[in-house]
Ligand binder design. Structure first.
Ligand code: 13P
Length: 255
């Protein structure tokens, strides 16, 4: 059985002080939902504050990116070694990083390897833009991102990777993907993973949907066979909304 995983990607929101205050309020409200895995991903600068605020809680912390390099002259970058011990997860391949930071599939593949080498669990994100979607090429496109991002990754390593399908046209737009369509694509992604690693590994991999997930649509996504959780932007910045998302995950598929 796949334990649902709901991750809040805060993007460039909340100072360290705001992080501490927000998590002080969120943590007790999320505590009852032990049948789900709950993750918050603040900006790098807020990670120590998050760790302090969540000490003794079972809420996990993720980073929003990581360098592909081990260390050295890479101004502004943060390495996997620096994140080790501070976070359990790291988002890799978010469309905003692909677009604004020029991250290619090859870079993302190297970042996944760097993260795994330091015991971090990648939340490997991918998704198509509107033109690809309207051309009916979503699965072909996303399948290519999956294969490229997972090049040389073993079946054993795959057990520590969460996949996040986030159609770009649905991110921050309020225009969420139809749940059946999202199930079709996440099921297709699982099929690609099966072709690479076999059915047992594919059955165990958790696949999130992301893109305008909110309390009003979460249960419908979570009722889909292949959707095991959500990667959430805007709604994860509001305590009661995030709690509602986790509650919906618990009620539909909670362990
Ligand atoms: P929204 O939930 O704000 O649409 O953002 C989705 C996202 O990009 C999460 O990584």
């Amino acid at each position: 059985m796949r334990v649902p995983i709901i991750a809040g990607n805060w993007k460039m929101n909340k100072t360290a002080a705001e992080t501490a205050a927000f998590l002080g309020e969120l943590a007790p409200k999320l505590a009852p939902f032990t049948g789900t895995e709950r993750v918050v991903c603040p900006p790098f600068i807020g990670l120590p504050a998050a760790a302090a605020a969540l000490a003794g809680s079972d809420i996990k912390i993720g980073a929003q990116n990581v360098s592909e390099h081990e260390k050295g002259a890479y101004t502004s970058q943060v390495s996997a070694a620096m994140l080790e011990g501070l976070v359990e997860y790291v988002i890799i391949g978010h469309s905003e990083c692909r677009e604004y930071l020029g991250e290619t599939d090859a870079v993302i593949n190297r970042k996944i390897k760097a993260a795994l080498a330091h015991g971090l669990k990648p939340i490997f994100a991918m998704g198509e833009n509107l033109a690809v979607n309207e051309a009916g090429q979503t699965l072909a496109f996303v399948g290519g991102q999956v294969r490229a991002g997972l090049a040389d990754i073993t079946a054993e390593q795959m057990q520590n990777i969460v996949v996040a399908y986030e159609p770009i046209w649905a991110i921050g737009t309020g225009k969420s993907a139809n749940a059946q369509f999202a199930n079709e694509i996440t099921g297709g992604i699982r099929g690609v993973i099966e072709s690479l690693y076999g059915a047992t590994t594919a059955d165990g991999v958790r696949i999130q949907y992301g893109g305008s997930v909110k309390p009003s649509n979460m249960a419908e996504y979570m009722s889909q066979e292949h959707i095991d959780g959500a990667l959430v932007g805007g709604a994860s910045l509001v305590v009661d909304d995030f709690v509602s998302l986790v509650q919906a995950a618990q009620e539909t598929k909670g362990a």
